[in-house]
Design a protein around this ligand. Structure first.
Ligand code: GLC
Length: 533
């Protein structure tokens, strides 16, 4: 007799997903001289690099036709590849090559807003009443905006259009008008764009501002309470706290239910992962209720300092809420790179690798951002070269996280056509140098390779937090009959952890010392150890 059939876990549950910001990844210029802007052909060329790194999937940030007012998140044609980055045939070739290499691809959809260059918005300004209904236009006079909402990028969230004789809402840049998700055309178009990319063979989508789209009835102004909550919040959560009427409206979940129904009609577990940039775990968890999104990023973890107790207090409830549907993320194209957040220099890189070692050992998917495997830090981009509207509107410029990948140690770092943004301090950090040395890249490869081997072992039960001394946190996981301890020491000195360890599987820095009933973790390091059962 055979035992009950077990369905294998869907691919995305324990995937390592690598975010590619295509303009800064690799410039292949298939039909001419390199132009200083990365492209889809560049991604194709670097597939062997991604394979060797050991990731399972690529998430490609927007590569659609765009006037680039917000790095491509201002989409003028959501079905067409920007000619600077490639074309439909190049996209199909990328899908085929990635799949041929055993990698998946997810693309980024931007349903909250369009570019002001989108034909719908142009028609709306030109007076087409049906087009106007698809956005949030409000009649009035040029001196009084409809409410006091601010844009995430700074300045008012309303712009007066002389041409339309009305205000329109933009939670981001004025060139990113918000759509009205109560309008049936908008709902239908959202489904159609999703269908278009699923038909093109992508394995899933990352949904931009998935907690946006719907706004509260009557567009209520901020209140003294919400203003105070915004002022008290960490900067990245300040806008949602101050503007409860602009985000996280219950009806947005209906949109994700309908997207999920559509995605489920496709073979192969197409993934919906939401950028749900909310500070409360209970709110984030609503987005991954049965029948909704598969995963939602939990950005509370990146907001933690390099502090074992804080990380544990943040991760533990997330594990309870999401289990193996968690989506761990430390860095992306919007955040300050984590090596810099953790103090910068060699120390910041070492700390980053330590926390990554912890996250990689948890159930769930791990999202990496291009360049973190090289130990890249946030680059200093001179204001004259800022491209990011957030910087230009008085906020923190995100360009420093978006500088090009240094492929070689040469002066051009593998970008012979120049580069649209300058490089940061990348001495010693290029992929070529890291390839040769036993640097961060080698450490990421070892970590991801071990993760691959261990995930072949069926998890038995939920992980359990270990009783650890101050400065250390860690969990015990039972995988296919072996017991693995996943540990992080954030103290600036070695810490003795009372644990019965048989051997060290991997360590982010130095070599943990295994003694009788105790393991000594080097300062600021992460490790996986095998525990005596
Ligand atoms: C998301 C993107 C960010 C963009 C914003 C508006 O937060 O990650 O880069 O500016 O949405 O589309």
């Amino acid at each position: 007799m055979t035992g009950p059939a077990t369905t294998p876990a869907p691919w995305w549950r324990d995937a390592v997903v690598y975010e590619v910001y295509p303009r800064s990844f690799a410039d292949a210029a298939p039909d001419g001289a390199p132009d200083g802007v990365g492209d889809l052909a560049g991604v194709r060329e670097r597939i062997p690099y991604l394979q060797r790194l050991g990731v399972d999937a690529v998430w490609l940030t927007p590569f659609y036709v765009s006037p680039l007012a917000d790095g491509g998140y201002d989409v003028a044609d959501p079905r067409r590849v920007d000619p600077v980055l490639g074309d439909a045939a190049g996209f199909a070739a990328l899908v085929a090559d990635l799949h041929g290499a055993g990698l998946r691809l997810i693309v980024d959809l931007v349903p909250n807003h369009t570019s002001a260059e989108h034909p719908w918005f142009r028609a709306a300004l030109a007076g087409d009443p049906a087009a106007r209904e698809r956005y949030r236009f409000v009649d009035g006079t040029p001196d009084t905006p409809p409410n006091d909402w601010e844009s995430v990028f700074g300045g008012p969230a309303w712009t007066w259009s002389e041409q339309a004789g009305a205000w329109y809402l933009h939670l981001f840049d004025p060139s990113q008008p918000d759509l009205d998700w109560r309008n049936p055309d908008v709902v239908a178009e959202g489904q159609d764009v999703l269908r278009f990319w699923l038909d093109a063979g992508v394995d899933g989508v990352r949904i931009d501002v998935a907690h946006g789209l719907l706004k509260a009835d009557g567009l209520p102004a901020r209140t003294p309470e919400s203003l105070a909550a915004g002022a008290a919040a960490p900067p990245e959560f300040a806008h949602v706290r101050a503007h409860p009427g602009a985000w996280n409206q219950p009806e947005v979940l209906d949109v994700w239910r309908s997207w999920r129904s559509l995605a489920d009609t496709y073979a192969g577990e197409r993934l919906l992962v939401g950028e749900v940039f909310l500070p409360e775990l209970d709110d984030i968890a609503q987005y991954v209720a049965p029948g909704l999104l598969h995963q939602a990023f939990d950005f509370r973890v990146q907001a933690c300092g390099f502090d074992a107790a804080e990380l544990r207090a943040t991760i533990a409830p997330a594990l309870d809420a999401f289990g193996d549907r968690a989506a761990w993320v430390l860095s992306n194209h919007d955040l300050v790179r984590h090596a810099t957040r953790y103090g910068g220099g060699e120390r910041g890189v070492r700390r980053g690798l330590a926390v990554t070692t912890l996250l990689a050992g948890l159930p769930g998917a791990l999202y990496l951002y291009q360049g973190e495997e090289l130990g890249l830090e946030q680059a200093e981009v001179p204001p004259a070269r800022w491209q990011d509207p957030q910087g230009r509107r008085g906020g923190r410029s995100r360009d420093g996280a978006r500088t090009p990948m240094p492929w070689t140690a040469d002066a051009d770092h593998g970008w012979p056509g120049g580069s649209w943004l300058p490089f940061g301090e990348v001495a010693g950090r290029s992929a070529a140098e890291q390839d040769a040395a036993s640097g961060t890249l080698a450490a990421y490869r070892r970590l991801l390779a071990l993760r691959r081997r261990l995930r072949e072992l069926p998890p038995e039960g939920a992980p359990a937090w270990l009783d650890t001394p101050a400065g250390v946190c860690g969990l015990r996981r039972r995988l296919g009959g072996i017991e693995v301890g996943v540990l992080l020491n954030t103290a600036d000195q070695a810490v003795r952890v009372p644990l019965d360890v048989t051997d060290v599987l991997i360590a982010s820095d130095g070599e943990p010392l295994v003694g009788e009933g105790v393991v000594t973790l080097p300062a600021e390091s992460g490790a996986w150890v095998r525990l005596r059962p």
